[in-house]
Design a protein around this ligand. Structure first.
Ligand SMILES: *[C@@H]1O[C@H](CO)[C@@H](O)[C@H](O)[C@H]1NC(C)=O
Ligand SMILES: *[C@@H]1O[C@H](CO)[C@@H](O)[C@H](O)[C@H]1NC(C)=O
Ligand SMILES: *[C@@H]1O[C@H](CO)[C@@H](O)[C@H](O)[C@H]1NC(C)=O
Ligand SMILES: *[C@@H]1O[C@H](CO)[C@@H](O)[C@H](O)[C@H]1NC(C)=O
Length: 354
């Protein structure tokens, strides 16, 4: 009797695990093969060799690029080198990526930059908010950009228990922002267990010096976040659920869901075209290849553009798709005046003329 019971239990567990594995593989779009979509005028950006996870472009065409992310479980080509922030002037005929100097006093050795966001204050000061993971913890660093000196002056480090596993941020003012926590757990083993079990414990937090609170929850794995041009709506990418949520922003900063756009790919960061309001997404066509890095079976890249997201039938266009022979693991796509920059989690970055 005892043996039968044990056998039955083992059988049930195995079946559950099998089903979970299938489901997980499906969520990662593990069997997807990519049909290429080419762009004619692209080249890899010199000097960026170990990621351009997030990109933010100022209205005058200066692009900030965060590079050198080390994220538990994901590939890195330079595990011992600290991260850096590059600047690119997209008005130049042949823009170059230049590393920004960071002011003394900031711990550069543990710099591990992830999502970034800029904010221009009333006095034209430019602030750069950077999600940082020193020793795999989460902080938000606030810098002031000094253009004449190609440098960033570190102003402060923000830590908070609600900012536990931060992926991306969108600045709302000189010291307030929304942040996405891509997991509930920050410990890497628990984090992957959470992902594997499909728990929906990922959330969005509002931060200001006087108030910090959860403003939206119940997501599988929220990544990119951005705001509409009229500042009424917040767009949130749920990577593992293949969703973009359109959230209505309220006066008390809380967010309520207006609609969900279902996609066929794992959307990472979101960029809002400052002229048209279109949303550009850097996507992972096959999450299995990203998570289980294999040089013989590389993760590819995919860029989508979404027009009229508020309408009944938004138009989703696949702008670029590539199997990894050029660009591995795209995480962001940003546009400025007919130019497109595509960044990746740990690989290179592409410059295209559209
Ligand atoms: C990707 O995943 C979605 C489920 O969200 C599924 O509907 C779709 O068929 C998958 N695509 C491919 C090409 O496997
Ligand atoms: C949001 O979109 C703006 C352009 O409207 C872009 O400059 C910025 O990089 C995006 N922000 C984030 C947090 O990705
Ligand atoms: C915030 O505002 C919304 C919309 O006005 C309201 O429904 C919600 O209850 C408010 N939340 C809090 C915590 O006050
Ligand atoms: C990737 O795409 C390129 C160009 O389309 C092609 O030459 C190459 O064989 C592909 N590689 C794999 C592994 O499919």
């Amino acid at each position: 009797m005892g043996k039968v019971l044990v056998l039955a239990l083992v059988g049930i567990l195995a079946a559950l695990l099998g089903e979970r594995l299938m489901e997980f593989r499906c969520k990662l779009n593990g069997s997807r093969e990519l049909e290429p979509v080419e762009l004619p005028n692209c080249h890899l950006i010199k000097g960026i060799e170990r990621g351009a996870e997030d990109i933010d472009i100022l209205p005058d065409g200066l692009a900030f690029i965060s590079s050198g992310l080390k994220y538990p479980g994901l590939k890195t080509f330079a595990p011992d080198k600290p991260g850096e922030i590059f600047l690119m002037d997209l008005n130049d005929e042949n823009p170059r990526a230049v590393e920004l100097r960071i002011s003394r006093g900031f711990d550069l050795a543990s710099f591990n930059p992830h999502g970034i966001s800029t904010y221009i204050d009333k006095d034209d000061s430019v602030y750069l908010f950077v999600v940082n993971h020193p020793e795999f913890k989460s902080t938000v660093e606030v810098f002031k950009f000094v253009e004449d000196e190609n440098s960033l002056v570190h102003l402060k480090t923000i830590r908070h228990e609600l900012l536990s596993s931060v992926n991306d941020i969108v600045a709302l003012g000189p010291d307030h922002f929304y942040a996405t926590n891509d997991h509930y757990f920050s410990d890497s083993i628990l984090m992957y267990l959470e992902l594997f079990l499909g728990l929906t414990w990922s959330n969005v937090v509002y931060y200001s010096p006087t108030e910090v609170k959860e403003v939206a929850s119940g997501f599988y794995s929220v990544n990119g976040i951005n705001i509409s041009l009229d500042k009424k709506y917040v767009y949130i990418a749920d990577l593992m659920a293949h969703h973009i949520h359109v959230m209505e922003k309220h006066a008390n900063w809380s967010l309520t869901q207006l609609k969900v756009l279902e996609l066929d790919t794992l959307v990472d960061n979101l960029f809002v075209d400052p002229y048209t309001g279109d949303i550009w997404g850097g996507c992972h066509p096959n999450g299995m290849k990203l998570l289980f890095y294999d040089p013989e079976n590389l993760p590819g890249s995919e860029v989508i553009r979404i027009q009229n997201i508020l309408s009944e039938k938004p138009t989703v266009t696949q702008v670029y798709a590539e199997n990894g022979s050029v660009l591995q693991g795209s995480s962001v796509a940003a546009v400025y005046s007919g130019k497109l920059l595509i960044g990746t989690v740990f690989h290179r970055a592409l410059y295209c003329e559209l």
